[in-house]
Design a protein. Structure first.
Length: 161
């Protein structure tokens, strides 16, 4: 009779059952109950996030490879998923600047106008310095008419804005 009991213990061990003396492990907790609509909405949000990130990553790779048309296509796809994404908008503006597309971009127009104004101001300062140096040299050389004209031109440029 000893043999059948030993076989039963071997069968229990082979099947993965717990021996009679040990307590059974507690059952795993049930997943939180949620509605199918919530599960689907959560799934869609996660899928949208993955697609958005993939389009943005692909756009950056195309940008780095200097294929600006394909990069713009990828950014537009990302913006279709998330129109309010500041990250996507900035990348799109950068790509448009790189490709020369500037239509309708107020920020680009303002940036260009500001940079042009800075260049004009710097050019005016350089010209005034040159005229002052020229006037001083003419004054030292005794050519007062040329010095007076250079000073007048320098004064005129400093008042112009």
């Amino acid at each position: 009779m000893r043999r059948p009991a030993g076989c039963a213990l071997l069968l229990l061990a082979a099947c993965g059952s717990t021996p009679v003396g040990e307590p059974a492990p507690p059952p795993s907790p049930a997943p939180p109950s949620s509605s199918p609509e919530l599960d689907e909405a959560q799934w869609r949000a996660e899928a949208e996030q993955v697609l958005f990130e993939r389009h943005m990553r692909t756009a950056r790779l195309y940008r780095d490879g200097l294929d600006l048309e394909k990069a713009l296509e990828q950014v537009d796809r990302a913006l279709a998923l998330r129109p309010a994404s500041e990250q996507a908008r900035q990348l799109r503006a950068e790509l448009q600047r790189l490709s020369g597309v500037r239509a309708g971009e107020v920020s680009t127009i303002l940036d260009d106008a500001w940079e042009a104004e800075l260049v004009r101001e710097e050019q005016r300062q350089v010209t005034v310095r040159r005229l002052l140096n020229e006037a001083r040299a003419a004054e030292e050389a005794g050519d007062l008419d040329r010095a007076k004209l250079a000073y007048q031109r320098a004064i005129f440029l400093t008042r112009e804005k």
